[in-house]
Design a protein around this ligand. Structure first.
Ligand code: DCP
Ligand code: CA
Ligand code: CA
Length: 360
């Protein structure tokens, strides 16, 4: 089963401010340069009717939605992450195995829970949808199939609030009618190349020999396309490891080498990383600053802490100290974007296990 939440950031915003329901809602990533500069992160389905979707400039979205009574909101990641974490816990409980693959999507292996029955799987999906809706007022779309690849394609078939089940004997006919661009990993570039080969649908992709595919796309992507067109995939659903690093990066109001202008933003970013670390109940052993200059060159400077920590003062002091050192070492540097990264993360278990005894 693949679950993908519908217009996720915008749906979170609708829940937080019910008065915006029924209006086009656009979640924006403001670059902070000018009041209007930046891109659309996502929009609700009403805004999409006007052509407003992820990635387009905010100015363009404003034109498309002129006098449509649209609401433009800045992205509020911490809110979406909290909602996401609670929903992931719900999902986790429904699978034999669970794999989160993004803030709003996950795979569940439900083979055992569904007793290998697709009818039973449909009931589980209904229960998952009902629970997410009652507990978080969020709708999602679900695909059920014999493997991860087809489940992912299926979850995208009926959005929003969709449920699409593809039984093993239906895989070929389901895929055949779809555009090749529905295969995960087929972006604009691959799509253009396929276009040149007069391949638009997966049915047409089936006519290309493995040799042609490998010649055109290389061994790895070519082989993948050959198998994907046939609905073949044997990846298992596996729990992802905890992240080993966290970072936040942002654009300064203007390019500058003035420490007084840089430290406040760096401080905000450090606070956001610290909050995330605490939320995950993790510590870090290394702190780094990132500086992207006006020539777009990227510089980093890091330091190892005396001991693993999630302490605000220790991490803040380390980040600000590193930035001061960096500016001293490169007096001509003019900074455009800056960031904070913590790494060598670990989770203190608070449990006494054999390794604690070994250290004594
Ligand atoms: N996102 C983003 N920038 C993008 C794509 C996505 O910031 N270019 C963010 C906002 C989305 C979230 O990630 O809400 C999930 O991405 P999806 O691609 O799943 O898109 P949505 O959930 O918004 O819409 P859909 O209903 O089509 O799944
Ligand atoms: Ca989504
Ligand atoms: Ca998604």
């Amino acid at each position: 089963m693949h679950v993908d939440l519908d217009y996720f950031y915008a749906q979170c915003e609708e829940n937080r401010s019910p008065n915006i329901r029924g209006k086009p809602v656009v979640v924006c990533v403001y670059s902070g340069r000018t009041e209007e500069s930046g891109v659309v992160s996502t929009s609700n389905y009403l805004a999409r009717k006007y052509g407003v979707k992820a990635g387009i400039p905010i100015t363009r979205a404003k034109k498309l939605l002129e006098s449509a009574g649209a609401v433009f909101l800045p992205m509020n990641r911490p809110l979406y992450e909290q909602v996401s974490e609670r929903i992931m816990e719900i999902l986790r409980g429904h699978g034999d195995a669970f794999e989160k693959v993004g803030i709003d999507e996950a795979y569940l292996d439900i083979s055992t829970k569904a007793d290998s029955s697709f009818e039973q799987a449909r009931n589980i999906a209904g229960e998952v949808k009902r629970q997410i809706l009652t507990e978080e007022q969020i709708t999602g779309s679900i695909g059920i199939a014999p493997n991860k690849l087809v489940a992912k394609i299926a979850s995208d078939e009926r959005k929003p609030d969709g449920l699409t089940m593809v039984r093993p004997e239906e895989v070929s006919s389901f895929l055949a009618q779809l555009p090749a661009s529905r295969i995960p990993g087929v972006g604009k570039k691959v799509e253009d190349k396929l276009d040149q080969m007069h391949v638009k649908t997966i049915a047409q992709l089936l006519t290309l020999s493995p040799t042609i595919l490998v010649e055109t796309f290389g061994r790895s992507l070519g082989g993948y396309l050959f198998r994907a067109a046939r609905g073949e995939d044997d990846e298992t659903v596996k729990e992802r490891k905890q992240p080993t690093q966290l970072s936040r990066i942002a654009t300064l109001k203007r390019d500058t080498s003035d420490v007084g202008e840089i430290l406040p933003l760096l401080g905000e970013l450090a606070n956001s990383v610290i909050a995330k670390l605490k939320e995950k109940r993790m510590t870090c052993e290394s702190v780094a600053i990132i500086a992207i200059l006006n020539d777009l060159s990227i510089h980093t400077k890091s330091k190892t802490l005396e001991q693993p920590s999630s302490d605000e003062k220790i991490i803040m002091d380390a980040a600000q100290g590193l930035m001061k050192e960096f500016l001293k070492s490169m007096p001509a540097a003019i900074i455009r974007r800056t960031g904070v990264r913590v790494s060598a993360l670990s989770k203190p278990t608070g449990q006494t296990d054999i390794s604690n005894f070994m250290k004594v």
